[in-house]
Design a binder for this molecule. Structure first.
Ligand code: SF4
Ligand code: SF4
Length: 283
């Protein structure tokens, strides 16, 4: 089961839930921290056997001596990553390049080869028996989070539970992290701002048609603006996690919220069993 834990709005408790699930499940787990601009699952887990490697991406290298300034590469590039001016060798704008390799194929002069650019770091570690954490950390200043997320999620795992901690927002990094999931848990909180972002996240997920349910975190009343919205739009509310000062304090010390909220572990196991049934019926 590939379960992605996502949220439109940051700070709703997405990582807290991902970590709580990873620790609670009584089976092998692979947790992929795809929040590559600020990965933080490792802060809550006792890592061991840490391995790191640099993640790179192939981007074009334009040979100005061979370039005839025909402009074919710039015309082809959908991301406006090549600047082609008359009588001037083409120039790459690396920050805009999505590394598709197309410009190299269309160049009639063989002026484009490849070079590598550093994307960031991928770290693999163990955190409990049969539980692994994979973490991507984007290099500061590199905007290509989806490329690093794709490399991270390409690391294979035989674990029956694959948990993906997605980046916040609803743009390309969110799509990269969610699109291969069997199920998406959207973590929200009962505030108007979170409702606005939840709506956007649901609209985005509708485009890819993955079954989705909502966890309402920091809930003070079982009937709230998020539960009302879900009820009115036929979206399952999987769980309401009560607001807890104690859980917030533990979370700030890198301790799972399951230690601060009574009965949460049992409710998480029930939630995963329900999600499992939904995934089976969807397939
Ligand atoms: S590799 Fe693709 S995205 Fe990058 S410059 Fe070439 S055509 Fe544009
Ligand atoms: S397609 Fe090749 S020759 Fe033409 S502008 Fe681009 S790099 Fe230069």
């Amino acid at each position: 089961m590939k379960i992605c834990i996502a949220s439109g709005k940051g700070g709703t408790g997405k990582t807290a839930l991902a970590v709580a699930l990873a620790k609670t499940l009584e089976a092998p787990v692979a947790l992929y921290d795809c929040d590559v601009e600020a990965p933080d699952c490792h802060l809550f887990l006792n890592e061991s056997a840490v391995e790191k490697h640099q993640a790179v991406q192939k981007i074009p290298l334009i040979n100005a001596d061979k370039c005839t300034a025909c402009g074919a590469c710039a015309e082809f590039c959908q991301f406006n990553a090549i600047l082609a001016l008359a009588n001037t060798p083409a120039q790459l704008i690396p920050e805009l390049c999505h590394a598709c390799g197309g410009c190299r194929l269309v160049c009639p002069s063989g002026a484009i080869t490849e070079t590598t650019r550093e994307l960031g770091e991928i770290r693999k570690s163990d955190f409990e028996k049969d539980k692994k954490l994979y973490t991507g950390t984007l290099k500061t200043g590199n905007p290509m989070a989806p490329a690093l997320i794709n490399q991270l999620l390409a690391i294979p795992s035989n674990a029956p539970y694959i948990l993906i901690d997605a980046p916040p927002g609803t743009s390309c990094p969110f799509m990269a992290a969610t699109r291969y999931a069997d199920y998406i848990i959207l973590v929200s909180e009962p505030t108007p701002f979170a409702l606005n972002d939840l709506r956007m996240a649901l609209e985005t997920i509708n485009l890819i048609g993955i079954p989705t349910g909502v966890v309402i975190n920091k809930s003070m009343h079982s009937q709230n603006l998020i539960s009302d919205y879900c009820q009115n739009h036929n979206i399952p509310v999987l769980l309401q996690i009560p607001y807890s000062q104690r859980a917030a304090e533990l979370n700030s010390q890198g301790i799972s919220i399951t230690h601060g909220i009574d009965d949460l572990e049992r409710q998480l196991r029930i939630m995963i069993a329900d999600i499992s049934l939904t995934i089976r019926s969807h397939h």
